[in-house]
Design a protein around this ligand. Structure first.
Ligand code: PTT
Ligand code: SF4
Length: 610
């Protein structure tokens, strides 16, 4: 960090693919202090260097891969990195958090981030080895699915290389194409794979030979081993190791939040067939991200006998949400998404919308609820942009506008909602509405708390809880960059991660400090959205219309739906608590308090105080 040699290398690799030029950017030390890393760096770089109004699929968009000060160090689950860019799906800020050897290798190569601008003339691979970077041809890989391409890359660069790659969906600019890190690890929901595709970048391969400098290795090792012990001794560790995120299926059914038939219902008659308990019986392997101490990649054989790594979101969005009640069938769709490099959540949301539109006679489609084989054909059509797949490759928001029925397109700001129905969960609906990338649960999984705390209430207490979670999950874990599951799933104290940060950097970092970093990053991301959309309105922060319009017709919460006026009241409370204007734009004084003076003129233009 400028004058601080610990925790950060102080260097960012800037790769211009149009010119084939690579340079080192020694960024100001203050950037590390104010933004820490990962998402914080991505937001700062996009704010400062992205040309306003740049086409997300044009050469001027910036693709960023960023680690943080604790990435790759000893400690629980530190093998993660953030990928970010202007999103082709939402037109705003987009990011994702991926488990990958590329995270570990990027640190070992001595870079805090890679920024890719421009576009290569031909399909290429960006190779980074310690201080050196260059492009290699990838014509032989273009068109290959992610599993085949991954194997070829491992053959070419070795098993220990850090790899980020795209599949045919990214190449074909499907707006919800992801970046793939290893077979069955995929991230960057808001179309980060399409951004790589638009730059004709099939893969990034990284390898380094250095050990990151840390301020106090003894303190680091002590905090790391205590944290790892706390994970393993946690009462929930055993059950987690058996089911991982798949345990959520049964929980969601009980809580009436399991999406069914394009979020028409929160319960699904066939839930047992896609549950974690069933998965346990047929599991064949367990995989993980690098440096993980609580692996969650449960693998089964799908209907066609191929191995697939499952997660709750994938199974709910490609199972119950499409009327599919056999895990092996949902797994086929999950595998296709991984092979092509499509986001499972947006895929499930877009397919759900399409099946419903077809049922209502608004779209011609040769597939219906639960018809896995036909739906699998549609997945291929989307990835290859064939026939109706070309329309669906645009995502549910654009497709629904074209079809002319938007109220049951389940998205916020263009990003499809993850797998929690919110007819009876106003707080979770607010979490989706205010997530900095569109409707993703990763910044605030309020639902587990909400079902136990005045579920149908629209209270300030809920708003405050939401912000608390956004600070922890969207702040600490996205900027220090580590997996949040040790804290949110085995319940260990987040202070362990603060200790790791202190030991790595030598700075007097506290939880309060990281909360302020989180607020700064949130405010700056919001300003990126305001700039890219030429202003802001409360409508941009509204959950899907369906949850207000149509009540649940089944389950223990039959009759429940959201109340628009009360939701709006809660949204206003949220803006107040954050120091944002009533139209959702951060107030100039809030930006000044957070050290974001350069965003003040834009806020003065767009924040409406009354
Ligand atoms: C994540 C989103 C999720 S969230 C899931 S399942 W989850 C889906 N997984 C997909 C997949 O698989 N294949 C595919 N083709 N598309 C997919 N889309 C969906 O992407 C993931 C884990 C999970 S599994 C979660 S909750 C946690 N997320 C974390 C986060 O966001 N931040 C953080 N600091 N730690 C996290 N730990 C957990 O990581 P996105 P991954 Mg993912 C096959 O990337 O864009 O954030 O979207 O990356 O390495 O697979 O880890 O029930
Ligand atoms: Fe990766 Fe799961 Fe381990 Fe987190 S808990 S690091 S997502 S394998």
């Amino acid at each position: 960090m400028g004058s601080n040699p610990y925790g950060w290398s102080g260097r960012i690799l800037w790769a211009d693919l149009s010119r084939g030029e690579f340079r080192e950017w020694r960024y100001p030390g203050e950037m590390a202090r104010l933004f820490i890393g990962g998402r914080g760096f991505a937001a700062k770089i996009l704010w400062e260097f992205l040309e306003p109004g740049a086409d997300p699929l044009g050469p001027r968009n910036l693709f960023i891969a960023a680690v943080g000060p604790i990435t790759g160090l000893p400690g629980p689950n530190t093998g993660k990195l953030v990928v970010a860019a202007k999103s082709p799906l939402t037109g705003g800020y987009g990011d994702g958090n991926i488990g990958s050897w590329a995270a570990v290798q990027l640190r070992a190569a001595g870079w805090d981030a890679i920024v890719v601008e421009g576009a290569a003339e031909k399909p290429s691979i960006l190779v980074v080895e310690d201080d050196k970077a260059w492009l290699e041809p990838a014509e032989d890989l273009w068109g290959l699915d992610t599993f085949q391409a991954y194997d070829r890359l491992v053959e070419r660069y070795g098993r220990d290389a850090g790899i980020l790659l795209i599949g045919p969906a990214g190449e074909n600019l499907v707006r919800f194409a992801t970046v793939v890190a290893q077979k069955g690890r995929s991230g960057g929901r808001p179309g980060l794979g399409a951004v790589m595709g638009s730059k004709r970048l099939k893969a990034i391969v990284v390898r380094g030979s250095r050990r990151p400098e840390v301020f106090d290795r003894d303190a680091l090792m002590k905090a790391a081993s205590e944290a790892i012990r706390a994970v393993r001794q946690s009462p929930s560790y055993g059950f987690w190791m058996r089911q991982g995120t798949m345990a959520t299926v049964e929980w969601a059914q009980e809580a009436s939040v399991l999406p069914a038939y394009n979020f028409r219902e929160g319960v699904f008659e066939g839930y047992r067939g896609i549950s974690g308990s069933y998965m346990e019986k047929i599991e064949v392997d367990l995989r993980s991200c690098p440096l993980c101490v609580m692996p969650c990649g449960h693998v089964i054989e799908d209907e066609e006998g191929r191995r697939v790594e499952l997660d709750y979101e994938n199974v709910a969005m490609l199972g119950s949400n499409l009327g599919i009640s056999r895990l092996e069938e949902a797994a086929v769709l999950n595998r296709l998404a991984d092979l092509y490099g499509l986001d499972t959540i947006s895929l499930g949301g877009t397919l759900g919308y399409a099946l419903e539109a077809a049922e209502r006679g608004k779209l011609e489609l040769d597939a219906g609820w639960g018809e896995t084989r036909k739906i699998a054909g549609l997945v291929q059509d989307i990835a290859l942009r064939r026939g109706v797949g070309d329309l669906l490759a645009e995502g549910s928001a654009r497709a629904s506008r074209k079809i002319g029925e938007t109220w049951y397109a389940m998205h916020v700001k263009g990003l499809e909602v993850s797998a929690y129905d919110c007819h009876a969960a106003p707080g979770m609906a607010l979490a989706y509405a205010t997530s900095p990338i569109g409707a993703h649960h990763k910044d605030a999984w309020l639902i587990a708390w909400e079902v136990q705390h005045g579920r149908m209430e629209y209270s300030r207490e809920k708003v405050r809880k939401l912000i608390e979670l956004q600070r922890l999950r969207g702040g600490l874990f996205e900027t220090a960059v580590a997996c949040r599951f040790p804290v949110v799933e085995t319940g260990i104290d987040p202070e362990y991660f603060i200790r790791l940060l202190r030991a790595a950097t030598g700075l007097d970092i506290t939880m309060e400090y990281m909360n302020e970093v989180a607020d700064r990053v949130y405010a700056l991301i919001r300003m990126i959205w305001v700039r890219e959309h030429g202003g802001w309105s409360i409508e941009m922060d509204m959950p899907p219309e369906r949850w207000f319009r149509e009540p649940l017709t089944k389950g223990p919460l039959k009759g429940a739906k959201l109340d628009r006026d009360r939701f709006l009241e809660m949204l206003r409370m949220y803006y107040e608590e954050r120091g944002w204007a009533p139209n959702g734009v951060p107030l100039p004084e809030t930006l000044r308090r957070l050290g974001l003076e350069d965003a003040v003129p834009l806020a003065e233009k767009h924040a409406q105080r009354g």
